[in-house]
Design a protein around this ligand. Sequence first.
Ligand SMILES: Cc1cc2nc3c(=O)[nH]c(=O)nc-3n(C[C@H](O)[C@H](O)[C@H](O)COP(=O)(O)OP(=O)(O)OC[C@H]3O[C@@H](n4cnc5c(N)ncnc54)[C@H](O)[C@@H]3O)c2cc1C
Length: 493
Amino acid sequence: MKRIIIIGSGMGGLSAGIHAQRNGFESIIFEAHSTPGGQCTSWTRKGYVFDGCLHHFGGFAPDMKFFDFWKELGVIPCKKVEVKECVSAVSRDGTYFHDYYDLDQLEAHMKGISPEDTTLIDEYIRRIRVFQKGDLFGTMILGTFREKLKYVPYIIKRAGYFKDTLDTFGARFKHPFLREAFPLLNYSLSNIPLFFYISKHVAGTRGGMDWPVGGSKTIAECMAKRYLELGGVIHTNKKVKKILTENNHAMGVGLEDGSIHQADIVISNADGRKTIQTMLSGQYENKKIRGYCQMKDDHNIPFAVQVYLGVKRDLSDYPSSLLLFLEEPTVISGHSCKHLELQIYGFDKSMAPEGKGVIKIELFSKYSYFKSLSEDKNLYKNEKEKIAHEVIGLLDKQFPGIQEDVEVIDVVTLQTWEKYMGGTQGFDHFPNKKFSFLRTMLGLDRMDMLPGLKNFYFTGGWVTSAGALVLNALSGKTVIHKICKKNGMKFKV
Ligand SMILES: Cc1cc2nc3c(=O)[nH]c(=O)nc-3n(C[C@H](O)[C@H](O)[C@H](O)COP(=O)(O)OP(=O)(O)OC[C@H]3O[C@@H](n4cnc5c(N)ncnc54)[C@H](O)[C@@H]3O)c2cc1C
């Protein structure tokens, strides 16, 4: 039986472990942190649960590919709670726009806000309905080559629907608030293809976008449980320092505690830069890889700052995700904001003590901004306090009295992620290695191996260049599939 060592228990590591065990390998995970899950994590402060990752899940519709995918990994079945709207937005004058999953409700609601946009609203709803037949998005990501091929006529028939971005479509609204809010609905990334966003709606209309009770932690715990049930072993608080090689074959790992562990195959789910340049001392780099590893620390990154508030207020009537438009633009964490992006967890009772709730506010910033601040502990601490103070002040205007209700504050920056995940540039690992949907779909340029090094594989962010649970978990499955094929074994799911 071949022995596999996996470095890191993020989505890619746990998924590789689960599929390795299922396919008859003996695997073991070394995790530097105290709990498995990597970026898919949450932590508790005075009874409030602060979720670091999950915004939308997208796995609960039994007739969609995502369902089977998460079922294989043990995440489904888990307790879920219904979420009625994808995102909401509130204007400066207090008008709410809820992007409901129920299409009749959505149509009536949007036409109520802006009767003059009836034609465009009809078109928006029609576009969602057009993709309701079949499972294009799930198939493009998780389908086999043959399944993808079968969708070619479907795609050709709907070719006209792939051109718009949220920006170009949103710009067509006559109503000024819808025109401003619509492009920002997907985490404020307005150049995202409208089709991506619509795919969430398509899943939402089938109950696919319900929320796993407990959020990120539930996902990570379910996967870790499945892995252990299959006979896998996770050692937490065990940081890998070196990948051992002999004659250009990975042979095992050396841990920071000085211990040495032999293996037939090594898989790294850790940060690519650290794996290549530190754990392997840069021996297996080429020009392309060096280019990918170069730091690029002065661009704006979504979710770079997260302000968590534990508030003694029942938030169950608040929308789940909210774009809050500000009266005046303001600069927070070095970034000019016209709106705040909120996640309000009133819908999941497990996230706070009875009658209380959690609000998360996410901000853009640059890695360089906090990197320089973090060199002085006091400056860094003061900036985090300033950000929390500013954000709470802005919230108080929309939700009067919330300032007095705040019981717990936690501010997380890219430096925090770097500290706890052992990565580089926070979680923004490889800005030079851009995500491409087409390449991902076709399985091209995965870079899940290194030139000249045998018995070594990557999973997770380095392979996918994507901040997406499903893609990083998929990379673990793909690698085990590849290893099975190489060893003449039939891959089992
Ligand atoms: C703020 C934020 C919001 C997000 N929101 C969403 C969302 O809504 N939906 C979504 O799908 N995705 C979201 N993501 C992205 C998603 O969380 C990640 O893409 C995914 O969790 C990354 O998985 P990974 O396989 O790359 O591993 P990672 O999560 O990067 O885990 C790597 C693991 O390796 C460990 N490790 C590192 N170095 C070592 C070492 N030397 N020895 C041992 N162990 C080591 C780390 O401790 C960590 O546990 C979000 C991410 C963040 C940060």
